[in-house]
Design a protein around this ligand. Structure first.
Ligand code: HEM
Length: 319
């Protein structure tokens, strides 16, 4: 269905729609080109080392720590080295807007806060905006930039919360670990297994453009179809012992199963996917070489919003 060779679905990712309005295709294309070019220039291993060091040095809220750690690792592609105002704006965006969106906090900011930050980011990017951004109005440029921050930082930070927890908390949700599962497995398999059990993008939504059938279902123009990545990736028809965290299941398989869709597939799928798997594998490797972090659980359930992330925890002094 997501491959959609006949163009029956709309594929503009939801987070590229400021205020619910799709960005014009040329702006989307410019944004994707910029994201792609930025990633090609980066070393996932070096970025992972920065992120892991930053989390290990953090205290307080785990989600906040992971958001800032991933941002620190991405400071060059996000142009934070060049401009203090941009850096301050991104910090405020993460603390006041994105953290609440990610954890589902009751203190959700109003839209004006977001628009105000977007206007500030747009102005800060007046000189030296990424290619394709300069011709945008400052407000739109800022909004698009903050959406890019969301892509660079949001899902990777959610994945980082899970990796930190999976390494230390054997009781986490339903996923019991096989003994030695994290310590002995290849980092790439740990990364894939983390994305299988805890996909930050836990569902993929697509508005229907034309009436058609999907197997036994009738999809009508104006409907929205939802591909439940979380459920598919734990479905017993596709996975043996689906709730068990077992990186070893990935050993010896050169292709990835069809029921593994953490980055979506087809038009609109994640342009950062292959970089992200290498980055997450490097994070697993660096975490394995770091002494355990002191984690105190603050909530029983995972945070389920547009992004799926670990239960809230407090990072303390090292155990
Ligand atoms: C664990 C990490 C990540 C996950 C789970 C993830 C997942 C996704 C998913 C599911 C989509 C499609 C959204 C939709 O269908 O509405 C998407 C799109 C996208 N992602 Fe990621 N992503 C991750 C990391 C990244 C990174 C690191 C980058 C780049 C720095 C990135 C850049 C993008 C872009 C640019 C798109 C839009 C593609 C388009 O417009 O065609 N993602 N991502």
């Amino acid at each position: 269905m997501l491959a959609d060779a006949d163009g029956r679905l709309e594929h503009v990712p939801a987070f590229w729609r400021p205020g619910g309005v799709p960005l014009p295709p040329p702006v989307c294309a410019a944004l994707n080109r910029w994201v792609h070019a930025s990633l090609v220039a980066e070393d996932p291993d070096a970025m992972a080392a920065v992120a892991v060091d930053a989390v290990a040095a953090s205290r307080g809220d785990l989600h906040r720590a992971c958001l800032h750690a991933v941002t620190e690792a991405n400071r060059r592609p996000l142009r934070l080295d060049r401009d203090g105002v941009l850096r301050g704006t991104v910090t405020e965006f993460l603390d006041d807007v994105f953290h609440a969106m990610m954890t589902g906090s009751r203190r959700l900011p109003d839209k004006d806060t977001f628009l105000c930050l977007a206007a500030r980011a747009g102005a800060a990017l007046a000189d030296g905006a990424p290619p394709g951004f300069s011709e945008l109005d400052a407000d739109v440029r800022g909004e698009v930039y903050l959406r890019a921050v969301t892509a660079f930082v949001g899902a990777p930070a959610a994945a980082l919360t899970w990796l930190v927890c999976a390494r230390q908390l054997a009781d986490l949700v339903a996923a019991r670990r096989r003994a030695g599962a994290v310590e002995e497995a290849s980092p790439e398999h740990v990364a894939l297994e983390t994305l299988r059990l805890w996909p930050p993008a836990w569902q993929h939504r697509r508005p229907v453009l034309h009436d058609h059938r999907i197997g036994p279902l009738e999809a009508l123009a104006g409907d929205e179809v939802v591909v439940p990545a979380y459920a598919l990736q734990r479905h017993p028809r596709h996975w043996t012992d689906p709730d068990v965290f077992d990186p070893g299941r990935w050993a010896g398989s050169s292709s990835r199963p069809q029921a593994f869709v953490p980055f979506s597939i087809g038009p609109g799928a994640c342009v950062g996917a292959s970089f992200e798997v290498r980055w997450l594998a490097a994070v697993a490797k660096h975490l394995a070489a770091t002494p355990p972090l002191a984690l105190t659980r603050r909530s029983g359930n995972p945070c389920v919003t547009a992004v799926f992330s670990a239960p809230e925890h407090e990072l303390g002094a090292r155990a």
